[in-house]
Design a binder for this molecule. Sequence first.
Ligand code: AMP
Length: 525
Amino acid sequence: MNANLYALFASRFPADKSACCIETHDGQYYSWGDLERATAKMANLLLSLGLPPDARIAVQVEKSPEALLLYLATLRAGFIYLPLNTAYRGDEIDYFIGNAEPAVVVCSPQNFGWVSQIAFKSGTRHVFTLSDRRTGSLLERATHHSDLCETVTRQPDDLAAILYTSGTTGRSKGAMLSHDNLASNAKTLQQAWQWQPGDVLLHALPLFHVHGLFVASHGALLNGSKMIFLPKFDSAEVLRYLPRSTVFMGVPTYYVRLLAEPLFDRKACVNMRLFVSGSAPLLLDTFHEFIARTGHAILERYGMSETTMLVSNPCDGRRIGGSVGLPLPGVSVRVANDQGQVCSTDEIGAIQVKGPNVFKGYWRMPGKTAEEFTADGYFVTGDVGKFDGDGYLWIVGRSKDLIISGGFNVYPKEIESVLDEMDGVAESAVIGVPHPDYGEAVVAIVVGKPGARLSADAMIAALKRKIANFKVPKRIVFVDELPRNAMAKVQKKALREQYGADKHAVAHGANLDGETPAYRARRQA
Ligand code: AMP
């Protein structure tokens, strides 16, 4: 049997190949037949290059249907797809290409000069271009190839993709995902999220990350469902297409932005079946406001590049704001303490996982891979959390973000939740910064709601009434927005670098009102 993931998708494509598979914001329609022909041409081009079976195809291009077709063509030809964030520049691309040694690099035409220089220097023989306007040497070359292609046979454990992690500490690592890793998770999610005939996915996520490339696209492909493809998230565009869609997936920021649209209401969502959120924590406020405005409870789920999806709130059943839900069928999730014992209910510990979806290891880092698996084969996610009495998982942060102040563990999420509940607070991020007495001191970075007049002293006094003293921030800093990456994750490392350097303010233990000049100017205006 052919375990190639493309073969699985192809077996689920609709019988009517003239039906629409992808519709774009600029009025292009791709049928399922178009998808089959275009991926065959690209796969044949790749196969004509005489590459070894484990060749990596590294791709850094703007989002377009052709970018998705290239991913599918790479699967079809049996090679390994390696998507790269479009924001990466010289040094980063140099690292990824040097580390992965791709046989083929595909880049945007405007980046060809510098990307090809890096690629050729690292021994890559083929560099193609692909724009988001259906142009570039990849398509020109593919045109000359046949539009028929037998999907190359692959075994379940053969690699389908390498996803580089965002690498908040040290160098980014390449997570190796097999055909079976991706296929098993896609099938699990199809069931769990009850994909049905007639579903239409509104696709606004980037294609270089697990969320947009796997969770969203795989869902539609496996279900033979149409996708409406937006080049990027734009709340007005989403509003325009929602009435014709049934499923939408986004990072929490997308939902915050949608709620800022006055026209976003029940009527706009009349056809919608499911809103999914992930990649970063969804604020409780957003969860509740969304219900009030649209009648829909956003379904929050949890996963990562190394494992794809692990835990999800139920489709039928109670969706709990602030919790990421229940382990997906077939996925074993446990929370363990420092001694490696499984934690009791409500006890906080390290989240560890096992299942057919868990990756094969980090590319060319056997030592690092071994470090991150327990003796009984569980992958240590690096996230910290707890199970409640109903079996719902609650994430309290990354273990790297855990603060140890005066020997006590401080979980940032706990303090963030209390801060976020306060009047006038839009959101917050809690970090640890070096402190001469305590080792680390708690610092809170807070974003106020428009027009709110926040006082650090008053907030600290309120916190002291609610949480143990060692958890109370030594300092509160007000900012206009939190630094986030493309997947909406708050960049705590950047915050630690910025505020950790300001040792003086914290060393004296003063609860300084750390307003930035811009914030102060707005408050005083
Ligand atoms: P990535 O590999 O870029 O998808 O990042 C995975 C990480 O994102 C996880 O290890 C979590 O720290 C975080 N993450 C993903 N989904 C959620 C969620 N629903 N709530 C909180 N954190 C999340």
